[in-house]
Design a protein around this ligand. Structure first.
Ligand code: G
Ligand code: G
Ligand code: MN
Ligand code: NA
Length: 253
C-alpha cells in the first residue's frame, strides 16, 4: 500500500523514465523498431521493476495516468527521432483496460498530429491475455485504433490463452514470442518445439513473428533457421535510456 502511495507521487514527477530496446530483423540485422520500457527509480528503494508496480497500478486509477504519461513520453521521443531522420516505430506497452479505454485512440491521434508523426511511428503492444478475450475484437477503441492506422502487436505470446481462431480474427500485425520460451532454445527440446510451432503458426496467418529475450548467437541462429522474422534481447542491446539509445541507433542506421 505504501508502494502504491509512492507510485502516485512518482507519476507526477521524474522518477518514472522510459528505456528503449531495439528490435532487429534476424535475417539482415536491420533495426526495425524500438520498444519503450518503463523504469521506476525509487528514491529510497532504487530501481523497481514494472513487473512489480504495473500489476499494482492496474488495480487503481493510476494505470490510466501511467499509460498517458508513457504515451506522451514515447511520442515525444519518436518525434525527436523521426525529425532527426531516425524513422522507426516506437512500441508502447498498453495494459488490458487501457486498450479498451475509449480515450486512448483520441490521445494517440492528438499526439501524432501535434508532433507531425504518421501513425506508423508508433505501435501498441498488448498482452495475449486481453487480446484473446471476446471483448477485445469487438471494442470500439480497438476499431478506432485500426482506423487510425496504429499497428498492434500481440505481446508475451505463448503464456496465455492461445487460440488459433481468435488470433486470426484480431487486428494484429505482429506476434511477440515470450522470452521464457526463447531463452531456453537449445536447453529444452520442448521449448524449442513450442517456439518453432508458434513461428510456423504466425507465418501461416500472414503475420510477423518477433522473438523476445534473445541472449545468445546460438539462439539467434536457430531462430533464423526457423524463419522467425525479428528478435529483441541482450544479444543485440539492453533497454537503454533515451540518450544512449539515440547514440546506439545512430551507429546502426
Ligand atoms: O523491462 P521489464 O522486463 O522489466 O518489463 C517487465 C514487464 O513490464 C513487461 O511485461 C513489460 O511489458 C511491462 N512494461 C514495461 N513498461 C511498461 C509500460 O510502459 N506499460 C505497461 N503497461 N507495461 C510495461
Ligand atoms: O512483457 P514485455 O515483452 O513487454 O517485456 C519484455 C521484458 O523482457 C522486459 O522486461 C525487458 O527488460 C526484458 N528483456 C529484454 N531483453 C531480454 C533478454 O535478452 N533476456 C531477458 N531475460 N529479458 C529481457
Ligand atoms: Mn512488450
Ligand atoms: Na513479453
Amino acid at each position: 500500500l505504501s508502494l502504491l502511495a509512492d507510485l502516485r507521487r512518482a507519476v507526477g514527477g521524474s522518477e518514472l523514465r522510459l528505456n528503449y530496446q531495439p528490435k532487429l530483423c534476424l535475417a539482415t540485422g536491420a533495426v526495425e523498431g524500438v520498444e519503450a520500457l518503463l523504469r521506476w527509480w525509487h528514491p529510497e528503494r532504487g530501481p523497481i521493476s514494472p513487473a512489480e508496480f504495473i500489476p499494482l497500478a492496474e488495480q487503481s486509477y493510476l494505470m490510466r495516468q501511467i499509460t498517458q504519461h508513457v504515451t506522451d513520453a514515447a511520442l515525444e521521443q519518436a518525434a525527436a527521432w523521426w525529425h532527426a531522420g531516425i524513422e522507426i516505430p516506437v512500441s508502447i506497452n498498453v495494459s488490458a483496460r487501457d486498450l479498451l479505454d475509449p480515450g486512448l485512440p483520441d490521445l494517440l491521434e492528438a499526439g501524432l498530429s501535434r508532433l507531425r508523426l504518421p501513425p506508423r511511428a508508433v505501435q501498441l503492444e498488448v498482452t495475449e491475455r486481453i487480446l484473446m478475450t471476446d471483448q477485445a475484437y469487438t471494442a470500439d477503441s480497438v476499431r478506432a485504433l485500426v482506423e487510425l492506422g496504429v499497428p498492434l502487436a500481440l505481446d508475451d505470446f505463448g503464456t496465455g490463452y492461445s487460440s488459433l481462431v481468435r488470433l486470426q480474427r484480431l487486428p494484429v500485425g505482429e506476434v511477440k514470442i515470450d522470452e521464457s520460451f526463447v531463452r531456453r532454445i537449445g536447453a529444452s527440446a520442448d521449448d524449442e518445439r513450442i517456439v518453432r510451432s508458434i513461428v510456423d503458426l504466425v507465418r501461416s496467418l500472414g503475420l510477423r513473428s518477433v522473438a523476445e529475450g534473445v541472449e545468445t548467437e546460438e539462439v539467434a541462429r536457430r531462430l533464423r533457421e526457423m524463419g522467425c522474422d525479428a528478435g529483441q534481447g541482450w544479444l543485440f542491446a539492453e533497454p537503454m535510456p533515451a540518450g544512449e539509445a539515440t547514440a546506439w541507433l545512430r551507429r546502426r542506421l
